[in-house]
Ligand binder design. Structure first.
Ligand SMILES: NC(=O)c1ccc[n+]([C@@H]2O[C@H](COP(=O)([O-])OP(=O)(O)OC[C@H]3O[C@@H](n4cnc5c(N)ncnc54)[C@H](OP(=O)(O)O)[C@@H]3O)[C@@H](O)[C@H]2O)c1
Length: 359
């Protein structure tokens, strides 16, 4: 008996190869097994607008797919988009069983399982569903929170939960492998955000400088209600070449607004953090990685606006006067504290990565 969960793990591993290249489409990996259960084809969705993972795996398998099983991380699509419906391709290839992990949340593409069953193909849904949902959290977020982007918070902290020392210095709390990981992470996001104090203290460039060249450079976003940002900041200096946006408060002075706009950065004025995020979503941002600081993290958490937390924890202590990872949020009673779901834990050199989803 074939271990479909094990093969699904392989499909999920293959799907990651599309990271940075396929969003806002989902990550999809696929494996074709012949009648004997041997792997005869593998594929993944590698490029936005390009062939879907199923099609790539079936092309690799050729005639050996006939009578075989397709194991795929997302329900095969049922609609004519940039590519023909995968359901048609699967039936034409002679596949007799499809095993998939996650239902397609896109109403335009969903229904693939029903179409396949109607064509006489056996369908098993939900294999490694939780892992597949965690992998495609941003894609699922497009439907779960249609009024705002999927928001991920990333912080590098000391063991005592500080994101900078008592002088405000945070470079570097984490080591090289963790910083490489962050560049990988950025590549798969529509936007990267920081609070104004972080922009002023660290003057980050917020670009992707890792192994993956993203299909489109993430929008750089600075949240600062007062719009009190020196135009000498790196993100503003380079705003003509790299998409940049400042999310400021509704009461921003005309003078500050003009100074920001003169840099070519886009300016969003909003009444609240939630309204600012909604404006970003309307501008096409479906996912944002917020990289601190603590005040912005606290404001987002207080309003229930964080969907995922990437926590890089480093083996050092910074003490009480260091900058807290979460600031300005008075918190909740233990009895009503939300317990998040850990979706990943691993070592990044000497540091530890923990990824947790809300709910
Ligand atoms: N280790 C790490 O991962 C990491 C990451 C980032 C930063 N850091 C360090 O953290 C320090 C800065 O962090 P921080 O906590 O002081 O500040 P911060 O969170 O970077 O910045 C707070 C900013 O957010 C703005 N903001 C916009 N909307 C807000 C809202 N609704 N509520 C609250 N603030 C809002 C505030 O501007 P207005 O008051 O004008 O609204 C303020 O400029 C620096 O020392 C930096 O080096 C470390």
């Amino acid at each position: 008996m074939t271990d479909h969960a094990g093969v699904m793990q392989r499909a999920l591993d293959l799907a990651w190869r599309g990271w940075g290249r396929v969003h806002p489409n989902p990550l999809v990996g696929a494996v074709v097994l012949d009648r004997a259960g041997d792997v005869v084809g593998e594929g993944w969705h590698a490029e936005y607008g390009g062939h879907h993972g199923e099609r790539v795996a079936l092309d690799a398998a050729g005639e050996r797919a006939r009578g075989g099983t397709l194991v795929v991380s997302l329900e095969p699509c049922n609609h004519l988009g940039k590519q023909p419906p995968c359901t048609e391709t699967i039936v034409a290839a002679g596949i007799t069983r499809v095993v998939y992990a996650l239902d397609d949340p896109n109403p335009a593409a969903a229904g693939g399982a029903g179409t396949l069953r109607a064509a006489g193909v056996a369908v098993d849904a939900g294999v490694r569903q939780a892992e597949a949902a965690a992998q495609n959290a941003q894609f699922l977020g497009r439907w779960r929170t249609p009024d705002r982007p999927w928001v991920a918070l990333k912080l590098a902290t000391s063991m005592d939960g500080r994101i900078a020392d008592r002088s405000g210095r945070s470079r570097w709390i984490s080591g090289e492998p963790a910083r490489e990981y962050v560049h990988w992470l950025r590549a798969g996001m529509d936007a990267i955000g920081v609070g104004g104090a972080t922009a002023r203290a660290d003057d980050p460039s917020l670009t992707v400088r890792g192994a993956i060249e993203p299909r489109t450079a993430p929008l750089r976003v600075v949240f600062d209600r007062a719009g009190n940002l020196p135009t000498t900041l790196r993100v503003l200096q380079t705003a003509a070449a790299q998409p940049t946006c400042v999310v400021a408060g509704a009461l921003l002075s005309g003078e500050r607004a003009a100074a920001i706009e003169a840099t070519s950065a886009r300016l969003i004025r909003s009444q609240s953090l939630r309204a600012g995020l909604a404006a970003l979503r309307r501008a096409g941002v479906a996912s944002i990685l917020v990289e601190g600081g603590g005040q912005l993290a606290g404001a987002l958490l207080a309003e229930g606006l964080v969907d995922r937390f990437y926590w890089i924890q480093s083996p050092l202590w910074l003490g009480e006067r260091g900058v807290p990872a979460v600031g300005g949020w008075s918190g909740v009673e233990l009895a009503s504290a939300e317990r998040w779901t850990v979706v990943e834990r691993r070592a990044l050199g000497a540091d530890t990565l923990l990824v947790a989803d809300r709910g």
